[in-house]
Structures are given as structure tokens and as C-alpha cells.
Write a new protein. Structure first.
Length: 91
């Protein structure tokens, strides 16, 4: 079974690292205006991660949920799921 393992230096999986990099290239910092998640996912798929959009979007959702990681890596606006049903995010 092939699985992407987290890098020991920062703890990010390759798709997560690509999402963070694409967001920085788009200028999405903590003080920037929100953009649609489809824009970020589209850039990641088009430039860095030629796999399915579902895996990329779900990785970004997990990075935005405050209950999935110790520190959320993405500041999401809208419905990103609930602690009792983490897969209930708006797709």
C-alpha cells in the first residue's frame, strides 16, 4: 500500500505542503481577504499535485478544522465540519 508519509522536518504530507505553498503564492496570508477554496484547490491541482481534487480538498478541510490538528494551518470561512461529524463540510 502506497501512502504519503509526513516529512520529519515539518510534519506535513506532500499534499499539505503543496497547499500551503500554493496559498502563499496566491498571497493568502493571515491578513488577506478570503478566496474560494476552489481557487486554491485548482492551483494546487494545476501546478503541483496532479491527482484527484477530492483528496486535495479534503486535505485542506482537515487543515482548516480546529479539532483535527493541534494548530489549524488554514483559516477557513464557512462550513468546515463539526467535531461530532468531521466529514460534514460543505463540498
Amino acid at each position: 500500500m502506497d501512502r504519503a508519509l509526513p516529512f520529519i522536518g515539518d510534519g506535513l504530507k506532500p499534499v499539505q505542503r503543496r497547499i500551503v505553498y500554493a496559498m502563499s503564492e496566491l498571497g493568502l496570508s493571515n491578513s488577506a481577504k478570503y478566496k474560494k477554496s476552489a481557487r486554491t484547490v485548482g492551483d494546487v491541482l494545476g501546478k503541483y499535485h496532479p491527482h484527484g481534487d477530492r483528496a486535495c480538498y479534503e486535505a485542506m478541510v482537515l487543515m482548516a478544522q480546529p479539532f483535527s490538528y493541534r494548530y489549524p494551518l488554514v483559516d477557513g470561512q464557512g462550513n468546515w465540519g463539526a467535531p461530532d461529524d468531521p466529514k460534514s463540510f460543505a463540498a
